[in-house]
Design a binder for this molecule. Structure first.
Ligand code: KG4
Ligand code: ZN
Length: 336
């Protein structure tokens, strides 16, 4: 069965073709990063309009790359949410129209389920069950995953997401949008121990997170440095970037380790945009080796939003015989 998947929840337009037997056939992606950069963040109206411009050319591109025609497609998947309403509407409308015109099923996919299953697109691919650390610009969650559709929320952020913490502190340091990769690059020239930042909820008994205090601590630090010496030096900015990255990575690693110990599972899967962070990847690799466990990441180009993870999640659902394709909202918002 050939499934075409559409992702348009935020600032990336993604289209992909996945075969339920052979896996990913082709995917095409357009990032709006350059367009939103001058505003320092995503402008929802501009995002929707750009999705409209890009989605059909990307659809043609992906069909051509796979050597297929629209008539070869057996089902259509799309990101149903969460995301920007206008942006989601573009993907949903195109997907529903494609499906309706050809009498195909249209499969709504929860955006987080797409991220959650994306590490299974890599090789080697993790088997079930596993603990998933979902770290994106909008979410930070720890889930127990026993199979396709069998998700249990174990912990989540009480305020900002990890990616948001990267983005907001990057903005404070005068870095562009999206801040995560920029902050991470700057951090390479800094000394993390040059300034001490809090590790919010590091020792709380639960698996929850809180990152908003970190942003405030960085802001306070920037203000006091500026008061003392005017503009921050390049080294001070790099040190703050390194300290911020270290604080976020410390908390994410500590809670992931706690989740592994609590569940007794040996496989950790990391998904979402922050999963591209090399410092986080290295730290979790070391931690899992110590626990005699394994850590899995999506392919680097599939960490951030893309159509492949949406088409793939739909294929996994079809292969698992999940007749009920209704959305998974409650799995990602309600702790058992
Ligand atoms: O999963 P994603 O593309 O979008 C959401 O669903 O939110 O994640 C985007 C987030 C942004 O906050 C971005 O700054 C962050 O992932 N990010 C990174 C890195 N690459 C992307 N954060 C830290 N280090 C990176 N290398
Ligand atoms: Zn995402």
């Amino acid at each position: 069965m050939i499934i075409i998947g559409f992702e348009s929840s935020c600032d990336e337009t993604g289209v992909a073709l996945v075969c339920t037997e052979r896996g990913l056939l082709a995917h095409a992606l357009h990032s709006q990063v350059a367009m939103h950069q001058e505003y320092g963040g995503v402008v929802p109206e501009l995002a929707s309009r750009d999705h409209i411009r890009r989605i059909l050319p990307l659809t043609r591109e992906v069909l051509a790359a796979a050597g297929m025609a629209a008539g070869d497609v057996d089902a259509v998947a799309y990101t149903a949410g969460p995301g920007l309403a206008g942006a989601l509407l573009v993907g949903a409308s195109v997907a529903q129209s494609f499906a309706w015109a050809r009498g195909l099923p249209a499969i709504p996919i929860h955006h987080l389920e797409g991220h959650l299953l994306s590490p299974l697109l890599a090789s080697p691919r993790p088997g079930f069950p596993f603990v998933a650390l979902l770290v994106s610009g909008g979410h930070t969650q720890i889930m127990r995953v026993d199979g396709v559709g069998a998700y249990q929320l174990l912990g989540e952020t009480l305020d900002d997401a990890a990616g948001e913490a990267f983005d907001k502190t990057a903005k404070l340091l005068g870095l562009g949008y999206p801040g995560g990769p920029a902050l991470s690059r700057l951090a390479q020239q800094g000394v993390a121990t040059a300034c001490e930042l809090p590790r919010p909820m590091l020792h709380s008994p639960d698996l929850d997170f809180s990152f908003s205090g970190l942003k405030t601590a960085v802001m306070t630090r920037v203000k006091s440095l500026e008061k003392a010496g005017g503009r921050l030096s390049a080294q001070q900015r790099a040190d703050l970037a390194a300290a911020t990255e270290a604080a976020i990575v410390d908390v994410l690693a500590a809670k992931s380790i706690k989740a592994m110990k609590q569940t007794g599972l040996k496989r950790l899967v990391v998904a979402g945009g922050v999963g591209a962070n090399s410092h986080l990847r290295a730290r979790l690799g070391q931690a899992m080796a110590k626990l005699n466990g394994e850590v899995f990441f999506p392919p680097l180009d599939l960490c951030t939003d893309n159509g492949a993870m949406i088409a793939f999640a739909a294929a996994m659902r079809v292969n698992a015989g999940l007749a009920d394709l209704s959305d998974m909202r409650h799995a990602f918002t309600v702790k058992p």
